[in-house]
Design a binder for this molecule. Structure first.
Ligand code: PEP
Ligand code: MG
Length: 356
């Protein structure tokens, strides 16, 4: 594997020559970040912090869900903060000197809550504890018909006081303790500038208290965010296109279960050649991206622009990102070499056509 990595490295260094797009990686752990760096990633474009709340920490998340008073809620958050701080130190150290974009928690609730059916069975058969009883009540209360369109991302941050603040404090403290940390805080699922302003204001206060600097930006993954990019750019130092959700919401296709049922027919009809979740739909999603780039940059000329949906590692989509003038793409660590190669080729073919 090491030989492969170094061979890839040599080819890539060549492709990097004329490349204008930077290539970052999506990574949630220090191990992934280190691997991404070996593949040549120039930073982390997306750390999905919701993944840090699974496994052993589910217990603490349950305490948060069950909290009935502000004091109980705060104590659940206080228990999570040092764990988060350690997570972020790991990422900053692995990426020392390179930008690390940390996205505040965006858990579709159905992936996060204890399973309703399992819990119901447990309680109904008398196998549950008192805590399971209370959890069942909470899970029923939070149950949603369309979780991907529900209480996610910034919406969750706005309704659970202290949740985003806990994460921002952990990021700030981790940045202060790490050598050459370059923190970028990203707000998910924004559709209106007011959502962003509210979170940004609180985050700026915390950063000032801790005495560190971090960029604050947003995902562009809700069509309305793309359409109001000029307003949103007033409160964002960077945009990162979340083309997974943007594709889902632009087409109205469920990310989770649409493909098996009718995509074959769509391919037959020539509506698309490959799934729009794999290769960027230039006419629809791409058009929204162009609008957001143009209006975002008009409002804030130094706005930094990237993409962190799965498309960031798809060659055809990387070319599109180059064409519309993004600054970076971010993809899974293993796709970093392909993205570097493609970004280099896009720049070269551009240079060729410009001189014709
Ligand atoms: C996206 O929507 O494209 C994105 C990167 O966020 P997630 O996949 O975590 O929803
Ligand atoms: Mg998303």
């Amino acid at each position: 594997a090491d030989e492969l990595v170094s061979a890839v490295h040599r080819i890539m260094t060549h492709a990097d020559g004329g490349r204008r797009l930077a290539v970052r990686a999506n990574a949630d752990t220090a191990e992934d970040a280190a691997r991404a760096r070996r593949f040549g990633a120039q930073g982390i474009g997306l750390c999905r912090t919701e993944h840090m709340f699974l496994g052993d920490r589910r217990q603490l998340v349950e305490d948060l869900i069950l909290a009935e008073t502000p004091a109980e809620r705060q104590s659940a958050l206080d228990a999570l903060e040092p764990l988060q701080k350690a997570d972020f130190i790991g990422l900053f150290e692995a990426m020392s000197g390179l930008p690390v974009t940390i996205r505040l928690i965006d858990p579709p609730l159905h992936e996060f809550l204890p399973d309703l059916v399992d819990l119901s069975v447990k309680v109904a058969t008398g196998a549950g504890t008192d805590k399971d009883d209370r959890l069942l009540t909470a899970v029923k209360r939070l149950h949603e018909q369309n979780p991907m369109l529900g209480l996610r991302g910034v919406r969750l941050g706005l309704v659970i006081p202290g949740l985003f603040a806990m994460q921002v404090r952990a990021i700030a403290q981790a940045a202060r303790q790490s050598v050459k940390a370059r923190a970028e805080i990203m707000i998910p699922l924004v559709g209106a500038v007011q959502e962003l302003e509210s979170v940004r204001e609180e985050a700026l206060k915390i950063l000032a208290e801790v005495g560190v600097h971090a960029l604050i930006g947003t995902m562009i993954e809700v069509p309305r965010a793309a359409l109001t990019a000029g307003q949103i750019a007033e409160a964002a130092q960077f945009f990162s296109f979340g083309t997974n959700d943007l594709t889902q919401m632009t087409w109205g296709f469920s990310r989770d279960d649409v493909e098996a049922s009718f995509f074959g027919k769509y391919l037959d009809l020539g509506i698309f050649g490959v799934s729009p979740f794999e290769s960027l739909d230039r006419d629809g999603v791409g058009r929204l991206m162009r609008i957001a780039v143009e209006e975002g940059r008009a409002a804030r000329p130094d706005l930094k622009l990237g993409i962190c949906g799965e498309h960031g590692g798809d060659p055809e989509s990387v070319r599109f990102c180059h064409e519309i003038g993004l600054d970076y793409v971010s993809c899974s660590p293993f796709r970093v070499p392909v993205a570097r190669l493609e970004a280099g080729r896009a720049a070269l073919s551009r240079a060729g056509s410009d001189t014709r």
